[in-house]
Ligand binder design. Structure first.
Ligand SMILES: Cc1cc2nc3c(=O)[nH]c(=O)nc-3n(C[C@H](O)[C@H](O)[C@H](O)COP(=O)(O)O)c2cc1C
Length: 343
C-alpha cells in the first residue's frame, strides 16, 4: 500500500470499488415491521448514513431462514422469500443515490428443531443432518440472489459473533464425524461457490469472521488465519475481521482502539484479498496508521456511526476530533437507531 493511503483513498479492487476505505459495519437497528421488512424510519436512517460520507454500507443482519413463528424473530430484517425483495429495494435505491456501495449481511442465528412439545429449539451443530446443512447452504444462496434482485452490490455472510456459522467453525461446538467436521469451512465454501453460480460476475461476496472466539476450546487466531487463507483461495471477495466480545466497552481514542487488529495485520502478510477490520476505531490518526503500516484495505465502524452518521464528512471537512462515541453499548437497547446522547 502506498505511504500516503488514508481512509479517504478510494478502493479499487476486484468487485470492491468504493469512494473511500470507510465501511459501515453491519448493525441491526431493530427497526423492521413484523414481516421483517424495513420501515420508513429505517430507510431514512440508511439515507442519513449514505449522506454522511461512508463509502460502503453493510446493512444489518437479515435472516435467510425462519423457523416456526417468523414474527418472533426479534424484528430482524428477513430475506427468506421473494416478498422481501421489493421492500429492501427501496432501501438499496436510496443508498445508491449517494454513490455508496451497499451489501446485505445474511445470516441464520440458530438452526432449530421442534421439541416434543412442538416448540422450536436451537439444534446443536453436531446434531444437524446432512439435509439440514444443505438447507442452511441453500438459504444463504437464495438470500444472495434476493439481495442482488433488490439492487444490492453484494452480500456478507455472517460467520462471526457466536451465531450458527460461527459455532460451526468453532472446535468447541463442531465435533462432527463427517466431512463438515473434518473441514468445518466446507459449509461456507459450498455457500460461496453456490452464490457465485447464481449471481452476476460483479456481485461482491464478503464474510465477517471471528479473529478468535475468546472462549476456551473455541476458534483461535491461528485457526482464523488458516480459514481466511482457505477462503481467499476459494474466491471470497473480502474478509471482515471481528470477534466475540464484539462491541467492547471503554474504548479510549489513541489508547485501546482497533482491538481485533492483530489477526488482520498477520493475515495481510499472507493474502491479497481485501481485509476489513472492525472494532473500536475512534480516531482518524490511528485509523490512517493502520492503513499505512499494515496493508489493511478498509476499516469498518458501527457505534460511531450510530452516534454520528455524518462522521466521515466531518473528518473530511477538517474537523478531525475523534468520534464522540463513548462505547457505552446503550445502542443495544432499541431506540429507533439513535445514540443515547441524543435521546
Ligand atoms: C446495536 C448494534 C447492532 C449490531 N448488529 C450487528 C449485526 O447485525 N451484524 C454484525 O455482524 N454485527 C453487529 N454489530 C456489531 C458491529 O457491527 C461491530 O462489529 C461492533 O460494534 C464493533 O465495532 P464498533 O466499535 O465500531 O462499534 C452490532 C453492534 C451494535 C452496537
Amino acid at each position: 500500500m502506498l505511504e500516503e493511503t488514508n481512509i479517504f483513498t478510494p478502493i479499487e479492487k476486484k468487485r470492491f470499488h468504493a469512494k473511500n476505505r470507510l465501511v459501515r459495519s453491519a448493525t441491526g437497528e431493530f427497526m423492521t415491521d413484523q414481516n421483517g421488512c424495513p420501515t420508513e424510519d429505517l430507510i431514512r436512517l440508511y439515507e442519513n448514513l449514505a449522506k454522511g460520507g461512508v463509502g460502503t454500507i453493510v446493512v444489518g443482519a437479515a435472516q435467510v431462514l425462519s423457523f416456526g413463528d417468523a414474527e418472533s424473530d426479534n424484528f430482524l430484517l428477513r430475506l427468506d422469500s421473494e416478498e422481501c425483495v421489493k421492500p429492501l429495494k427501496a432501501l438499496a435505491d436510496v443508498v445508491k443515490k449517494y454513490n455508496v456501495r451497499i451489501w446485505q449481511q445474511i445470516m441464520i442465528d440458530d438452526f432449530e428443531h421442534k421439541d416434543s412439545s412442538g416448540k422450536f429449539r436451537p439444534c446443536p451443530i453436531d446434531e444437524m443432518s446432512r439435509e439440514e446443512i444443505d438447507i442452511v447452504i441453500n438459504a444463504h444462496i437464495k438470500g444472495a440472489e434476493y439481495a442482488e434482485k433488490a439492487g444490492f452490490d453484494g452480500v456478507q455472510i455472517h460467520a462471526a459473533h457466536g451465531l450458527l456459522l460461527s459455532r460451526f467453525l468453532s472446535p468447541k461446538y463442531n465435533h462432527r464425524q463427517d466431512r463438515y467436521g473434518e473441514n468445518p469451512l466446507l459449509i461456507v465454501k459450498e455457500m460461496l461457490w453456490g452464490i457465485r453460480e447464481k449471481v452476476s460476475d460483479e456481485f461482491h461476496v464478503s464474510i465477517k469472521i471471528n479473529c478468535q472466539d475468546f472462549e476456551k476450546g473455541g476458534l483461535t487466531e491461528e485457526g482464523c488465519i488458516k480459514y481466511c487463507c482457505e477462503l481467499s483461495r476459494a474466491g471470497i471477495d473480502s474478509i471482515e475481521i471481528s470477534g466475540n466480545e464484539t462491541s467492547r466497552k471503554g474504548i479510549v481514542p489513541g489508547v485501546n482502539e482497533a482491538y481485533f487488529k492483530n489477526a488482520a495485520i498477520e493475515l495481510k502478510k499472507l493474502i491479497d484479498t481485501p481485509v476489513i477490520l472492525v472494532g473500536g476505531h475512534r480516531s482518524i490518526s490511528e485509523m490512517n496508521k493502520l492503513l499505512q503500516n499494515n496493508n489493511i484495505d478498509a476499516l469498518s465502524l458501527s457505534r460511531p456511526l450510530i452516534s454520528e452518521p455524518n462522521l466521515p464528512n466531518r473528518w473530511q471537512s477538517g474537523d478531525t476530533r475523534p468520534s464522540r462515541c463513548i462505547s457505552c453499548n446503550r445502542c443495544y437497547i432499541p431506540s429507533n437507531g439513535k445514540c443515547f446522547m441524543d435521546l
